[in-house]
Structures are given as C-alpha cells and as structure tokens.
Design a protein around this ligand. Structure first.
Ligand code: ADP
Ligand code: 5GP
Length: 194
C-alpha cells in the first residue's frame, strides 16, 4: 500500500525471495565506503538470531504497527506474510536525506515497485535472484534462524516473487556470492555516477 511521496535524492531498492542473499549483499555494499545509508524498516514480526531493535528493524507489536499506519507514518507498507507487516517509515527517508546520503531499501516486490513508481529515475531497483528454489531451501535451513513452518511459508512465496524480476531495473543472480557482490557494486557505482 502506498502513502505520500517524500523527497529524497537517490534511492536504491533491493528485493528478492527470502534466503536469496539480499541482506548479505547489502551488508557488503554498505562496507564499500559509498555514501549509502540503510533504511531501517518497521516490522511486526519477532526479532530472529542476533537482530536488534533499531539496527535491522524497528520491531513493533501488531497494535503499534496499526497505530503507526493510522497516523500516516509510512511511505509504504505491506502484509508480506499473513499477519506479518513490514513498512518504510517516512522518518527514515527524512533521517537519511538530512545526512545527504542515498537510501538503501530492503523491501518486498510490491513495496519495491511502489517505491519505483513514486521516485522514477531517482530510484534504482535491483532484484537478487537465487540460482534455484532448492538453493533457497538449503540457505534458509543452513541460516538456522527460522522454524520449518516459516521456511515453508517463505519458499511457497518464492516463485511468485521471482515473477516480478523482469519489472526491476537490474537482476543479479546470486549463485557465487563474490560474483553477485561484484555485479551489485558495479550497478550501484554506475547509478551513483549518473
Ligand atoms: P536474505 O536477506 O535474502 O533473506 P541472507 O543474506 O540472510 O538472505 O542469506 C541467506 C543465507 O544464505 C545466509 O546464511 C547467507 O550466509 C547464505 N548465502 C548468501 N549468499 C550465498 C551464496 N551465494 N551461496 C551460498 N550461501 C549464501
Ligand atoms: P525478513 O522477515 O526476511 O527480514 O523480510 C521479509 C520480507 O519483508 C523481505 O521480502 C523484505 O524485503 C520485506 N520487507 C522488509 N522491510 C520492508 C518494508 O519496509 N516494506 C516492504 N514492503 N517490505 C519489506
């Protein structure tokens, strides 16, 4: 669901099925000395692994999330999985704009395409494609941060999410991680130089 358009210089949006390696690639890009700042989303899901409030996400209760929707605090938000909400806070765009940096988003396919619609050429959208759904399963199981139920729910959604890839500006296959990181860095550098 889209809300108002907020001002920002340039934005980079990453989307991918869960387990594709999107967070790994984003973390790599954030360490390359580029003027990038990660947009910390809000979510109503529980923290997993070592995740901390205000670092990977702002963790809200479902009631808090609904209240923030009512207050018009989100640029966009989606119920990505049943009863699990995720959204971009307008305050994040303002925070990053004030730093004079480029916003980096990790959002689902609907959120990603909504942001592209709002920002047009000022947004670069990158889809991280897994080599196969079987590889996704192995990565999610190996990551060890989700229950088997949650893993199944994420895998069921993967093919649907992959069908959105052609609508992204760039598609990067993450088979060999170092090649995907190199390709992502090249796409981001080219966009920043525009
Ligand atoms: P996402 O953010 O897309 O859900 P992650 O970045 O958390 O995915 O990656 C999922 C798991 O797969 C992590 O354990 C990560 O270390 C691993 N991983 C990432 N890229 C690769 C790759 N190219 N080959 C094998 N494992 C990978
Ligand atoms: P995870 O639970 O694995 O961290 O994220 C699940 C999904 O929610 C991923 O596809 C991720 O990109 C998406 N997501 C995270 N934050 C946001 C957001 O602010 N908006 C939208 N639309 N999706 C988000």
């Amino acid at each position: 669901m889209c809300c108002n358009m907020e001002k920002a210089a340039k934005l980079i949006v990453f989307s991918a099925p869960s387990g594709s390696g999107k967070s790994t690639i984003i973390q790599y890009l954030m360490q390359q000395g580029l003027p990038l700042e990660f947009s910390i989303s809000a979510t109503s899901r529980q923290p997993r692994g070592t995740e901390k409030d205000g670092v990977e996400y702002y963790f809200l209760t479902p009631e808090e999330f609904r209240k923030r929707i009512g207050q018009g605090d989100f640029l966009e938000y989606e119920e990505v999985y049943t009863d699990r909400f995720y959204g971009t806070l307008k305050s994040e765009i303002e925070r990053i704009g004030a730093l004079g940096k480029v916003c980096v988003f990790d959002v689902d396919v609907k959120g990603g395409l909504n942001i592209k619609k709002m920002y047009g050429d000022r947004a670069l959208t990158i889809f991280i494609m897994p080599p196969s759904v079987e590889a996704l399963r192995e990565r999610l199981e190996h990551r060890g941060t989700d229950s088997q139920d949650v893993i199944e729910q994420r895998l069921q959604k993967a093919e649907y999410e992959m069908s959105f890839a052609p609508q992204y500006d760039t598609v990067i296959v993450n088979d060999e991680l170092h090649i995907a990181q190199r390709d992502a860095l090249a796409a981001v550098r080219e966009f920043l130089a525009r």
